[in-house]
Design a protein around this ligand. Structure first.
Ligand code: AMP
Ligand code: MN
Ligand code: MN
Ligand code: MN
Length: 279
């Protein structure tokens, strides 16, 4: 049977994507996406424009967000799907999360200055279309543009991950806050790209336990950030824990993303797709 081409995680210029919200939708439609969620980091500002373009092009649109969470010393991302972007709890929660990003960006710039890279804050801001949402990706793009490193991945490996000189610790939302905001806004909470977290097996189990206890219901089984082995591992977890399964490119832009909009593998057919909630 035909499985819908759903892509339920991607980024626009409202966070650290390269395309503005309308262009994300146009590209998704051109790639055959039938159900699309825009999920900018800690931001809802692109949803209205994306929804409008999706309606014009006949793409089913699911309003989304990707919330930054601190868990067991790691940053974990929780996607919210089908949220009401005007609901006051999520609006004020995300405002708090974004407020912390400014001070963090200054600390990243100070840390880079200490190893001889001056002007990184201004440089990152030149790549950030939304001044309230400076991400490590913007620092990475600036370091590539200024010739410090050949590509974004190499910048992360040398400067922006834990243990490297431009990495700073930061307290994001708690898991319970993020899931609570999503549910309060009428949405479904999804653990984003679970294979990307450096968590012990015990901590991964605790993450799943606490996520479910807080009301979380879904997990990205197919992700642009997952290998086929990782996909199988999280398909098994989705079955064991009766979680809904999501399919997500996590597209940021042509030059940076391994998987384009709508071009992920299909979900294993026995899993219940999270989009069954929206269509
Ligand atoms: P931030 O929310 O500021 O910590 O930035 C996280 C973003 O940086 C992610 O959403 C990705 O867009 C990007 N990112 C994180 N790790 C890497 C990596 N190893 N290579 C390329 N991009 C990365
Ligand atoms: Mn990103
Ligand atoms: Mn993420
Ligand atoms: Mn993402």
């Amino acid at each position: 049977m035909h499985q819908l081409n759903a892509d339920l995680h991607c980024h626009s210029t409202v966070s650290d994507g390269w395309l503005d919200p309308a262009d994300v939708v146009r590209r998704a439609q051109a790639n055959g996406v039938e159900v699309l969620a825009l999920t900018d980091h800690d931001e809802l500002g692109g949803l209205e424009r994306a929804a409008k373009t999706a309606a014009e092009l006949g793409v089913r649109f699911v309003p989304g967000v990707e919330i930054s969470v601190s868990f067991a010393g790691e940053t974990v991302h929780i996607v919210g799907l089908g949220i009401d972007p005007d609901e006051s709890g999520i609006v004020s929660g995300l405002k708090q999360v974004r407020a912390g990003r400014d001070a963090r960006a200054r600390r990243i710039a100070d840390a880079l200055a200490a190893v001889g890279i001056q002007g990184a804050l201004e440089g990152a801001h030149r790549f950030a279309r939304n001044p309230a949402l400076v991400s490590r990706a913007h620092f990475a793009r600036h370091l590539v543009a200024s010739g410090v490193m050949p590509d974004v991945r190499t910048v992360f490996d040398h400067y922006l991950v834990r243990g490297k000189p431009g990495f700073v610790e930061h307290e994001w939302a708690t898991l319970e806050e993020a899931v609570g905001w999503i549910i309060g806004a009428g949405g479904v909470a999804v653990i984003a790209h679970p294979a990307r977290y450096r968590l012990s097996a015990a901590d991964m189990n605790r993450l799943l336990d606490r996520f479910v206890a807080a009301g979380g219901e879904a997990i990205e089984v197919v992700s642009g950030a997952h290998s086929e082995d990782e996909m199988r591992r999280f398909a098994t977890i989705a079955r064991q824990r009766s979680l809904l399964a999501s399919r997500a490119s996590d597209f940021h832009g042509e030059k940076e993303s391994p998987v384009d909009l709508g071009r992920c593998n299909p979900l294993p057919p026995d899993l219940t797709p999270v989009w069954s909630r929206f269509i």
